[in-house]
Design a protein. Structure first.
Length: 271
């Protein structure tokens, strides 16, 4: 029985060896197919982007990112996925993909594009066209996306001042700075109406310190003057008024060198 079983076992071992060799050969073929599959996915993703079929592009580029994270087209697919998300109005994923690309490829020659697209996605998330048309009261909104866009564009300019995207980012920063400053002034005006004069003064100071180049700085000084009047601090109010007169002698709240409070029950102030 042992003599008979030994050849059977040997045959089984030989068969197993053949199967293992076959599996190794199959694995090798699958590796080659994986390479082809990646190229095909990338080609389909590129064609979808060019044709404006952005949902399809997202599907193909995500597949590359998941299945071939170290493949030949991985980096370019990650970069183009940012744009594909952006075109499908998926601002959150666009920003996440841009941040991931920046983290993984900080020295990539097109990393400035990732910074730019991250800011642009935040810009769109804020729906600034509505703000420009004054269809909504921005003082009642959470401007988190606006602040993100402002920070992203500033970082782009600081890191890549010669980037082809820097001029556009700079123009957007000017607008964003004014949006954020106006938001603070809306809040300051609210506090003045409610008698929260310390908060009103602090909001005005915040605008001057953080957005000194915005068009709202003069209004911020006026808010501070009135806030100090509400607090009974006429000397501080007079000092701030002098700064306002020196920088904006024709401000709407001035009559010559006299400031007339709008919300505070206090006498007019002159310097």
């Amino acid at each position: 029985m042992r003599v008979i079983s030994s050849p059977a076992r040997l045959a089984s071992l030989l068969l197993a060896g053949v199967l293992l060799a076959g599996c190794a050969s199959t694995d090798s073929q699958e590796d080659e197919l994986d390479g082809v599959a990646e190229r095909q996915l990338y080609q389909e993703g590129r064609e979808a982007l060019e044709d404006g079929r952005y949902t399809t592009a997202v599907n193909r580029l995500e597949a590359i990112d998941t299945r071939f994270p170290f493949g030949e087209h991985a980096e370019q697919a990650q970069l183009e996925l940012i744009y594909a998300y952006y075109q499908t109005d998926d601002w959150e994923n666009a920003r996440a993909a841009a941040s991931r690309f920046i983290r993984l490829h900080p020295d990539h020659p097109q990393v400035d594009y990732a910074y730019y697209m991250r800011g642009l996605a935040a810009w769109q998330a804020g729906r600034f066209s509505l703000e420009r048309l004054r269809l909504i009261d921005i003082s009642k909104r959470d401007l988190g996306a606006t602040r993100d866009a402002y920070s992203d564009f500033r970082e782009l300019i600081q890191r890549f001042p010669n980037s082809q995207y820097a001029p556009d980012a700079q123009q957007r920063i000017v607008y964003l700075r004014n949006v954020l400053a106006r938001h603070e002034l809306h809040a300051a005006d609210f506090y003045l109406r409610k008698g929260a004069y310390v908060a009103a003064v602090e909001r005005g100071r915040w605008v001057i310190e953080h957005y000194p180049q915005s068009a709202a700085t003069h209004d911020a000084l006026a808010m501070m003057v009135e806030g100090y009047l509400g607090l009974g601090m006429r000397d501080r109010a007079r000092e701030t008024l002098q700064v306002l007169i020196d920088n904006a002698p024709n401000h709407e709240r001035l009559r010559g060198r006299t400031f007339r409070p709008q919300h505070v029950e206090a006498e007019s102030l002159s310097v």
